[in-house]
Design a protein around this ligand. Structure first.
Ligand code: PLP
Length: 394
């Protein structure tokens, strides 16, 4: 796979600027901006696009996205504060299980747009804290209901027992509490049932279930709710990025569903992480050593899964490309396993992958490294130095 010229240039520059073997993250911000703009362009009118900052909360990433998204989703007090500091004018929404009282209080201070309430206990805490502050908290109930058709993908977090959201029983208690509590204002319902969705038709069916459930619950409980949050979860195909979730086709289908279920007056909100930021990131490791062990070749790069846990977290061989250095090839048309510097056999980024040529000093550039990568890694393990970080701008 060939790299964008600006990315190759930036990596070559880094190599010349640093004598030590290279280990770096490179983020292509213009590409990120083009991508989010294109996503926005095809989004139906009544839909909103929030960015789930957990995918990659780097400040330049947030600032690049800010003009093109409707806000950011945070999943902890730490993320809330960070987002508030980096982009003070952006609307924030706050999800995630086990919210602490002081985080709920902080969120009220920040005047966030919505609390995604995950349990009845949390709803009670929010009511108490909002009451103490003399404020009304905007509430979205996160639901984990039995749907007509169970959602399917590699990572399902609803439609079955999970710690997330309210089931039918929890929903009944929550609605009762909401009726009694003037410090709570129900704004809408929230679903996020899966991640890694690659199948557009399956996702449209899931959205159909959300629309049906939303309509039904509003009718059953005489509610007029302005908002439906349908989560994120659009997937990246790491083995063949061209087969990633087809956002344009999805948006066409979404328009049809919005008309079919008369959802035009409801704001339909997405909170997407991976699909927005994955493609803008590159993780670069310079090859320190090439060896054979019991008949298999290993290339040891500077860095590893303590910087870039994505392949270990996903259990996949991460896609990469080789930028050749000046040394004659030590391997030609050979399968090689790419590993890092950690003292564990789990520190593998790709197993037995064919390379046309490889030598010590070459650069391994892992693509699709802009989401759930650096920030999900066990960075302090073995106390290696952190990677350099470069943000390409126009
Ligand atoms: C509640 C919630 N919303 C949104 C997201 C973002 O998901 P993705 O990065 O798959 O789009 C997640 C991810 O775990 C989540 O838990």
């Amino acid at each position: 796979m060939s790299l964008p010229a600006s990315v190759t240039r930036s990596i070559e520059q880094l190599k010349h600027q640093h004598e030590a073997p290279l280990c770096a993250y490179v983020y292509d911000l213009p590409a990120l901006e083009r991508h989010v703009k294109a996503m926005r362009q095809v989004l139906p009118e009544n839909c909103e696009l929030f960015y789930a900052a957990k995918a990659n909360p780097e400040a330049p990433v947030l600032k690049t996205l800010a003009p093109w998204v409707d806000g950011f989703e945070a999943a902890s007090g730490g993320e809330l504060t960070w987002l508030h500091e980096q982009c003070p004018d952006q609307p924030l929404i706050f999800g995630g299980p086990g919210k602490l009282d002081h985080e709920l209080d902080l969120a009220l201070q920040y005047r966030i747009s919505a609390f995604h309430v995950e349990s009845v206990t949390e709803l009670r805490s929010l009511a108490r804290i909002a009451r103490q502050r003399g404020e009304r908290a905007p509430v979205m109930l996160r639901l984990n209901l039995k749907l007509a058709r169970a959602p399917q993908s590699r990572l399902v977090m609803g439609g079955k027992p999970t710690p997330f959201g309210l089931d039918e029983e929890g929903l009944a208690s929550a609605l009762q509490l909401l009726q009694q509590e003037p410090s709570l204002e129900l704004k809408g319902l929230h679903f996020h049932l899966l991640s890694h969705q690659l199948d557009v038709d399956a996702h449209l069916e899931l959205i159909r279930s959300y629309f049906l459930t939303f309509r039904q619950l509003c009718a059953d409980h005489h509610l007029q709710l302005p908002l439906l949050n349908v989560g994120g979860g659009m997937g990246i195909n790491y083995q063949d990025a061209t087969q990633s979730f087809d956002w344009s086709r999805f948006c066409q289908g979404l328009k049809v569903l919005i008309e079919e279920y008369d959802m035009g007056e409801t704001r339909v909100r997405f909170e997407i992480g991976r699909f927005i930021s994955a493609a803008c990131g590159y993780y670069v490791m310079q090859v320190l050593d090439i060896k054979s062990s019991h008949g298999e070749f290993f290339a040891i790069g500077r860095g590893g899964t303590h910087h870039f846990r994505t392949p270990a977290a996903q259990g996949h061989d991460h896609p990469f490309t080789v930028l050749r250095g000046s040394q004659p090839a030590q391997l030609r048309d050979q399968p090689v396993t790419l590993v890092g510097q950690l003292c564990t056999p789990k520190d593998v980024l790709a197993r037995q992958q064919p390379v046309a040529q490889l030598a010590m000093g070459d650069l391994l550039v892992f693509t699709l490294a802009g989401a759930y990568a650096w920030n999900i890694s066990h960075q302090n393990f073995l106390m290696h130095e952190p990677p350099l970080k470069v943000f390409i701008t126009d």
